[in-house]
Each structure stands twice: as C-alpha cells, then as structure tokens.
Design a binder for this molecule. Structure first.
Ligand code: FE2
Ligand code: FE2
Length: 221
C-alpha cells in the first residue's frame, strides 16, 4: 500500500532528524549550535512530523480503521498513537519556549535537555510501534476488508520547502543515536503496553486475525 510505504519512509526521515536534533541540543549547551537552527528543527517536527505525517495517519489511516473496519478508536493502539501525537505537540511547545529564551539558567538547560530527550525517545518508540504493529496489523485488516489503497494528499509547497531543510540540518548536526534506548519490534517494547493498552491481539481481538484464529480454535476452553 503506497500510503503505508510513504508513512514508513517519513518515519525513517523523522527518526534521523530526531537523532540530529539530539546533536544540535548537545551542541547548543556547549555554545556550538545556533538557536535559530534549533527552531528550524522545531518547525520541521511541527510541520512535517505533525501537520503532515501525523495528520495523515489520523485523518486517513486511523479514520478508515475505525470508521470502516470498526477497530476501536477510544482505546488500544489507535488511541495510544493519537494520544502520543497530542503529547508530542505539548512537548514541542515546551521545547520551543525554552529555545526562544535568550539565556537559560542551569536549571532551564537541564529542563531543555530533559524535554528534548523525552520528545526524541517517545517519538522513536512511537515510530517502532507503528512500523512493527499498527501498520503491519492494520494492513492485514485493510487487505482482508478488500482495501488495497488509501488516497491521501502530498506535501504542499510550504511543506516541501521545510522538508528540504532536513538534509542541510542533518549535515550540519550529524545524527547521534542514544544507545541506551532499547528499541525493537512488537507490543512488549511499546511504553503503553499493559499500561494503557493490552496489545493489539487483545485490543483488536474481534477484527484482527488473532480474533478469527480464536473463533476457528477446534478446542476452545
Ligand atoms: Fe503516529
Ligand atoms: Fe508515524
């Protein structure tokens, strides 16, 4: 499905930009990065990650899964991902406010690094959860429902201009991965697992292949 392929490619770009943003924030604390560049990262995450990428997930993919396939939108993976999008916006606001201050006290510098790392880490877990669970299982559900493609919009001229700042920023601030973040596939590595979501097998039991497998079980409990 082209939409899912596009969303995955956007994840790759956003993921690299998150690691590049980490480099820029580290450099800022040493007086080696320009605050203006940090604001360009914010603009990229606000426009490309949120207004373009997250909006298409919510308005196209999640909307079809909920409205046409009757997957739950108020709990489970879709609710977790949608709530993440909202939390990312709040974090971006906090980070932007700190960057826009001309001088930061030591406590505010710690606040900036903490908020930034929280944003980067939670976005990367979010990307892993979508790539390995929601997109995979969602595509199976869509295919079973006879839906092989979903129409969606492309980048506007303004978004395109911002999208092309990514290479320049990544060149100037080479991505730094946080090797302490344990990343990987599947529900158990999602921070929401067994906190606000029981995992797609249980949450999507009626619609997903797991629910049907249960119905087909020749030896039910
Ligand atoms: Fe998302
Ligand atoms: Fe995404």
């Amino acid at each position: 499905m082209k939409l899912l392929k596009d969303l995955r490619a956007e994840h790759d770009l956003i993921d690299q930009m998150l690691d590049s943003f980490r480099t820029a924030v580290i450099q800022l604390s040493h007086g080696q990065a320009r605050p203006k560049d940090l604001l360009r990262f914010i603009t990229f995450f606000r426009v490309i990650a949120d207004e373009f990428h997250h909006a298409r997930e919510e308005e196209v993919l999640f909307a079809v899964l909920v409205n046409q396939l009757q997957l739950p939108g108020d709990r489970g993976p879709i609710a977790v991902m949608t709530d993440d999008h909202r939390k990312f916006r709040v974090l971006l606001d906090q980070i932007q406010q700190l960057i826009e201050q001309r001088t930061l006290s030591p406590a505010e510098q710690v606040q900036l690094r903490t908020a930034t790392e929280r944003y980067i880490e939670s976005m990367q877990h979010h990307i892993d959860a979508e790539n390995s669970v929601l997109f995979v299982e969602g595509e199976i559900c869509l295919r079973d429902a006879g839906i092989s493609e979903l129409a969606c919009r492309g980048l506007t001229a303004k978004e395109m201009k911002i999208r092309f700042t990514a290479e320049e920023l990544m060149h100037r601030y080479p991505p730094t991965a946080n090797v302490e973040i344990i990343r990987g596939d599947g529900c158990p590595l999602c921070p929401a697992y067994q906190v606000t979501c029981d995992g797609y097998e249980r949450e999507w039991a009626k619609v997903s292949r797991w629910g049907r497998a249960e119905e087909d079980d020749p030896l039910p409990d």
